[in-house]
Design a protein. Structure first.
Length: 580
């Protein structure tokens, strides 16, 4: 698979009286590569670093400058770019807050930094941020009322704003409306940015899509008329590169399940390696009733349709009503091509229904090697239907349910990960079900205090709990606080999610990105803890990398790699990738 040509992502985090310096092990590097670390011109390691790609420089001054050099077959390679300095445990990326406004009904609104993603927009090997700004009057689809415009910005790690896209009055603001994707779709080494657009959308270079004067909002603030588009934007400039009609069209609004616009405007998005080599864009509509998923390729400057899956089409009815408020992307059948795990149904890489459990809609799902004692991947999901299992754990290849819990009404949250070394593989838990389940569905102890996000934060491969503005270590009698974010706020109301969390810098441990409370910066936290575990950058694992792309979709979910990371883990497989 074609992946990003990343640099070392070198970071220096103040840790006690020293600096923890960490860097990426690239997925294309031979297992024998080692490293030398330099503070200024002084090599700090006495012998090449052959283990985990981090080093605690004890007693070093805060603000010391570092570079790292790979050693290949005894020969030292070129120096990396200088380390980013996380002097207080975090790095701030300054933001430019959009000016507020007033709706046609006279309601004033301001702006809040919402979900973020990353991509190498300029092809220099490091990541830039793409950030969605939500107005303070953003709405759930079930709520009437006007909203302010949605803006999408791009920033370098030093806070230079590259561009701003104004989605215009004909895109409503809320968690279910704008799912944006950041990925290098055409393989030129620079990421593009894709999203649904409409009349009056203005690109980062000032291009207007459709009619600048059209206003399709009804008196309830919904937009149920007018053209709908899908646009691929240039990641460097924000220019519109290709615009096509959004698939599927809304058609008859009431045919999606209601007449006022709640169900018709439920959108999901993702990125998937459908051919096993190059990424395709996934844009979808509907999940409570009809579900339609369109796959697009972006080649030679043009969006072209690969396929469309429609639950209303012959043979696809088992996918009707099976969508989640999120989706996952994974190679569930081991054929080297990725599938779309849409909820209680999975769509094969060729656009055909692979399986459906019929257990219906839910808010959360987790795909990964959750049970390393079984071949392949597993899937844990919660359900909203009081007639269906409250949660269930399945073989991700076939959809065979391996265990499930009793119906529990609207079971709104669920998580599965190895958070406790006391049982093999992942533990699973959910908001409406008591206890903590092992890979066989047996209760093995106390349920964690949060049911939200995850992060690999400390030195061991067991994962931590990320909720609100904190990171906690699970314990059988209670959690241990590892990080309390300072001057930051979480997003998306009671969902309490970060702007982004993932392995975006340093070694394989995950950074957590929150907005500052005044919305004037994205604050990136990176671990100050040493690790002895050596893992290549998770961004060179296709499942994890596409998970970072879809993380902002609707009800944000944490990423999982294609292999097991946890207590007793095996050596991770070498990525089968090539770099652009």
């Amino acid at each position: 698979m074609q992946m990003e040509n990343l640099d070392r992502g070198l970071v220096s985090v103040r840790s006690g009286s020293g600096n923890l310096v960490s860097w990426r092990l690239l997925g294309t590097e031979a297992s024998g590569v080692s490293f030398n670390l330099y503070r200024g011109a002084t090599k700090v390691n006495s012998s090449p670093i052959t283990g985990a790609t981090n080093y605690l420089d004890s007693g070093a001054a805060a603000g010391s400058s570092y570079t790292v050099r790979a050693v290949v077959n005894g020969t030292e390679q070129a120096a990396s770019a200088p380390a980013l300095q996380f002097g207080s445990g975090y790095l701030d990326v300054p933001l430019q807050v959009p000016p507020g406004g007033t709706t046609p009904s006279g309601e004033a609104y301001t702006y809040v930094a919402n979900d973020a993603s990353v991509g190498d927009l300029d092809g220099d090997g490091d990541y830039e941020f793409v950030l969605k700004w939500d107005p303070s009057n953003a709405k759930d689809n079930s709520q009437s009322g006007y909203t302010g415009n949605v803006y999408i910005d791009a920033y370098t790690l030093t806070g230079t704003r590259l561009w701003r896209i104004d989605l215009g009055r004909n895109i409503r603001a809320g968690a279910h409306y704008t799912q944006f994707q950041v990925f290098d779709y055409d393989g030129d080494g620079r990421a593009e940015v894709a999203m649904k657009t409409a009349d009056g959308t203005r690109s980062g270079t000032g291009q207007v899509i459709g009619s600048a004067s059209a206003d399709h909002r009804n008196s309830s603030g919904y937009i149920l008329a007018g053209p709908e588009y899908l646009t691929m934007f240039d990641g460097r400039t924000g220019a519109a590169l290709s615009t096509v009609n959004y698939d599927p069209p809304r058609g008859n609004v009431s045919s999606w399940g209601d007449s006022y616009g709640n169900r018709v405007d439920r959108f999901l998005a993702g990125t998937a390696y459908l051919d096993g080599q190059r990424p395709s864009l996934i844009m979808a509509r509907g999940y409570y009733t009809r579900a339609v998923i369109a796959a697009w390729d972006f080649r030679n400057g043009t969006l072209t349709k690969r396929w469309t899956f429609d639950s209303n089409a012959s043979g696809n009815s088992a996918a009707y009503g099976q969508g989640n408020h999120s989706l996952s992307v994974a190679d569930v059948d081991g054929d080297g091509r990725q599938e779309i795990v849409y909820g209680a149904a999975t769509i094969d890489d060729n656009g055909r229904l692979l399986w459906s459990t019929g257990h219906g809609h839910g808010d959360a799902g987790h795909v990964g090697d959750l049970d390393p004692s079984r071949p392949g991947l597993e899937y844990f999901k919660v359900s909203e239907d009081s007639r269906k299992p409250g949660s269930w754990f399945a073989d991700a290849r076939t959809g065979q349910v391996l265990w499930s819990t009793a119906p529990a009404g609207d079971n709104g949250r669920g998580v599965s990960a190895d958070i406790w070394a006391g049982s093999p593989g992942a533990e699973s838990w959910s908001s409406a079900v008591g206890g903590l389940a092992n890979t066989r569905g047996q209760n093995v102890g106390r349920k964690p205090s949060s049911t939200n996000f995850l992060a690999w934060w400390d030195g061991d491969p067991v994962r931590e709990l990320l909720d609100g503005t904190r990171v906690d270590k699970y314990g059988t009698s209670g959690e241990t606080r590892l990080l309390s974010g300072s001057g930051v706020a979480s997003n998306n109301g009671t969902k309490s999610t970060p702007a982004l969390s993932g392995d975006i810098l340093g070694d394989w441990r995950e950074e957590v990105v929150w907005r500052t409370s005044d919305n004037r910066a994205l604050r990136i936290y990176s671990t100050p803890s040493q690790t002895s575990t050596r893992i290549y950058t998770l961004m060179h694992d296709a499942q994890y990398r596409t998970a970072i792309a879809w993380q902002n979709t609707a009800y944000n979910q944490p990423p999982h790699p294609s292999f097991f990371i946890g207590d007793g883990m095996s050596t991770p497989p070498t990525p089968n990738i090539y770099l652009r």
